[in-house]
Design a protein around this ligand. Structure first.
Ligand SMILES: C[S@@+](CC[C@H](N)C(=O)[O-])C[C@H]1O[C@@H](n2cnc3c(N)ncnc32)[C@H](O)[C@@H]1O
Length: 333
């Protein structure tokens, strides 16, 4: 979080550029998240719910909008947004491998209002100010050497009266993970192969069990790389993020998760009625407290405190370590 004091875009130092190049090369091989298209219905249910809990109706909100997905990876979210009748969606990423997968999937799905381009979220020369009605960047800028600079660049590209949605690591929700990475930093530094060797040997306590993202089985190996081999991983608290938004002239509209019930609702949404055994029992027992989309929700300190406390606890299990915040750009008079 040392980048908070930056006053404007600055070129990367030589060692930062080298580290970024290696992170990029890793993601190119990784093609993250490569969700299985067979589970599309499950992740669409989950996404509908998350947007609804953030206070918007995804079925109408994106219609006619121009959208940027910054750090789109293999493009699942980008294509979901493209299916909601926007005018156009552009996904950018620095991983050629992921972009290739994304283009191929879009072509196979016959989606023609989406385009994938090689570009960095740090590059302020790609799109002019105020190009997009809606900018989304999920799980990307905390993996860049300049999270704050990337954030400001995303804000810059949003039109006045437009929106930015970010999904970022929460400093309070990643305590165990942060300790693991500190240990890897000390033992292996920037040596990606050595980090993975140590991670597989000492940290992969699930030993290759299937990883589920938004309820979709995904490659455990890709997950391990994304977790332990990425050389940049920044995080910030919700309070810090809200002040960043405010400084950029943006007001928060909603966040996910905001309360425990949000997590329960999301779990139920992506699992559908297919959860059996102990997980099914827990999901059914918690059903009464699952949040229901009910229009805009007010920000209350008590909720934030509980949510932070919950994320701190869940962070021990590496769950709930990141949050989405959707914000609206003020129209300056
Ligand atoms: C954890 S993945 C998230 C992918 C996708 N947004 C998702 O939610 O599944 C992070 C992505 O950010 C990309 N990335 C890293 N640095 C970037 C940069 N400077 N500009 C654009 N994309 C970048 C990586 O290549 C990778 O695809």
């Amino acid at each position: 979080m040392g980048e908070q004091m930056d006053t404007g875009p600055q070129p990367l130092r030589e060692e930062e550029a080298e580290k970024e190049r290696r992170t990029r090369a890793m993601y190119s091989e990784l093609r993250y998240p490569s969700l299985d298209p067979a589970h599309k219905a499950s992740y669409e249910r989950h996404r509908y719910l998350v947007y609804s809990l953030m206070g918007i109706d995804p079925a109408t909100f994106f219609q006619g909008k121009t959208i940027l997905d910054g750090g789109c990876g293999t493009g699942e979210e980008t294509m979901f947004l493209a299916s909601l009748k926007p005018e156009r969606v552009i996904g950018i990423d620095t991983s050629d491998g992921s972009l290739e997968s994304a283009r191929q999937r879009a072509e196979e799905a016959g989606i023609d209002n989406v385009e994938f381009r090689h570009a960095s979220v740090l590059d302020d020369s790609v799109f002019p100010d105020g190009t997009f009605d809606y900018v989304s960047s999920l799980g990307c800028i905390h993996h860049t050497p300049r999270m704050r600079q990337a954030f400001e660049n995303l804000c810059r590209m949003v039109k006045p009266d437009g929106y930015l949605c970010t999904f970022l690591y929460n400093s309070y929700g990643h305590c165990l993970y942060n300790l693991e990475c500190d240990w890897l930093d000390r033992r292996a530094g920037d040596d990606i192969d050595e980090r993975m060797r140590l991670a597989r040997r000492y940290l992969d306590w699930r030993r290759g069990t299937r990883f589920r993202r938004e309820g979709i089985p995904s490659s455990w190996d890709a997950r391990l790389y994304d977790k332990y081999a990425v050389l940049y991983r920044d995080s910030l608290s919700l309070k810090q993020l809200l002040s960043w938004y405010d400084e950029q002239g943006m007001d928060p509209v909603g966040s996910f998760p905001m309360r425990l019930g949000d997590m329960v609702a999301a779990y139920r949404a992506h699992s559908g009625d297919q959860v059996h055994g102990i997980r099914g029992l827990v999901a059914r027992a918690l059903a009464p407290i699952a949040s229901k989309p009910s229009g805009p929700r007010h920000w209350r300190w008590s909720r934030r405190v509980w949510m932070q406390a919950l994320l701190l606890v869940l962070g021990l299990y590496d769950y709930g370590g990141a949050f989405r915040v959707l914000a609206h750009k003020r129209v300056e008079s």
